[in-house]
Ligand binder design. Structure first.
Ligand SMILES: Cc1ncc(COP(=O)(O)O)c(C=O)c1O
Length: 388
């Protein structure tokens, strides 16, 4: 099941042997404005013709990077106004964890079971799935995992914690949306004991959940906001954002506490600026909210009609379709693929199908996707009967 990619545009991926696929993964929440948006391509070409890498820090000022930082500072909730650019989500989490340690002078980190924060030693240390951590031990010491969406467990957050890191909605954990009280309840002990609250919005950012950032659904402001994936509109770019006073902890003792050669690369910043322009102009977060609602209702109806569906959940176009078993999920994803729809399961929860199309997919594309999923579900369930 290989795709030799020739071209990708909007919600479609085209292969060299002439096949056409509707993309309901968006490269895992990257192509929020669709693949190879013409405005992004033009911005990349313009910037590439001016300069590529020069220096991203020190005495060098790159106007395109400054403009993007200013724009992100306007989008992020107060007091988060200082941006540190990285090349990926993993690196942004690394920076956020280091910043929390530096600011608080503490070492202990609190994270959640079922989380995913990346695969470097630091971000893997706070990723809540033992099977991925075990082969790489020892990882960071003093990391405690609490159950996600369990308010009672939050009493374990105390003065020894430098940071508490969570995704507002767990992605790889199976698109788990916490109850209304969880994130506000998480903010309280962090404020009381002086631990920095880190929201990893690498998957949920930039309109995916029906708001610019998922934190808006709960009105909870973290101390550090981590972004990547859709930020670069198809180019590699990550960021973590904190209040200026907190970020300043990186400029003393030693002065260059955290540096990166490429983070905030001008071509990636140009792509990001063009992407944000499209996202805002076309009000795509709002569109994700309404189209997501309609899609969830249609998927629930499909489940009732055909069977095999345990749950349909998510916010906006960040959606999880939970089927009865990992085997059924695998047959379903394969059957959809054979009919021209790209789907995938979540890393930690293989019976959950991730549904995350570009936020500007058309009504006709949504209907086509639904028809394919219905046919794939019928076939996948028939496969079970044959196997049985
Ligand atoms: C929530 C979350 N955080 C961090 C990462 C790591 O980001 P990257 O792959 O850009 O390093 C991912 C990647 O899937 C993610 O889903």
């Amino acid at each position: 099941m290989w795709l030799v990619v020739e071209r990708a545009r909007g919600s479609k991926v085209y292969t060299r042997d002439g096949r056409e696929y509707l993309d309901s993964m968006s490269g895992i929440c990257v192509a929020n404005i669709g693949h190879s948006h013409p405005e992004v391509v033009a911005a990349v070409q313009r910037q590439a013709a001016e300069y590529l890498h020069v220096m991203v820090y020190g005495e060098y000022v790159l106007p395109v990077q400054v403009e993007l930082a200013a724009r992100l500072a306007r989008l992020a909730p107060e007091p988060l106004d200082t941006i540190y650019f990285t090349n990926s989500g993993t690196e942004a989490n690394e920076g956020a964890l280091k910043l929390a340690k530096k600011w608080t002078g503490r070492r202990r980190l609190v994270a959640f079971e079922g989380s995913f924060h990346g695969d470097s030693h630091g971000s893997l240390s706070v990723t809540g799935r033992e099977v991925y951590r075990r082969p790489f031990q020892p990882l960071l010491p003093e990391v405690e995992f609490l159950p996600f969406d369990d308010v009672a467990a939050l009493e374990r957050i105390d003065e020894s914690a430098a940071a508490v890191i969570t995704e507002p909605i767990q992605g790889e954990g199976g698109v788990r949306v916490p109850g209304d009280e969880f994130l506000p309840a998480l903010r309280r002990p962090c404020t009381e004991v002086g631990a920095l609250l880190i929201f990893d919005e690498v998957q949920t950012g930039f309109g995916r959940t029906g708001a610019m950032f998922a934190l808006e659904h709960w009105g909870v402001v973290p101390d550090i906001l981590v972004l990547a994936k859709a930020l670069g509109a198809g180019l590699p770019l990550g960021a973590f954002i904190a209040a200026a006073a907190v970020m300043r902890a990186f400029s003393v003792d030693p002065p260059l506490s955290h540096v990166t050669t490429f983070g905030g690369n001008p071509v990636c910043c140009a792509a990001a600026l063009a992407g944000l322009e499209v996202l805002g102009r076309e009000a795509l977060p709002r569109r994700a909210a309404s189209i997501g609602e309609a899609l969830r209702a249609a998927l629930r109806e499909m489940g009732e009609r055909i069977g095999g569906v345990v749950d349909v959940r998510g916010k906006g176009l960040h959606m999880g379709l939970e089927l009865e078993s990992p085997a059924l999920t695998e047959r379903f994803v394969r059957a959809a693929f054979e009919r021209g729809l790209i789907l995938g399961w979540t890393l930690h929860t293989r019976q959950v199908v991730r549904i995350a199309p570009p936020l500007n997919l058309s009504e006709a594309e949504m209907q086509a996707g639904l028809e394919i999923m219905a046919a794939a579900l019928v076939e996948a369930r028939a496969g079970r009967r044959e196997e049985g």
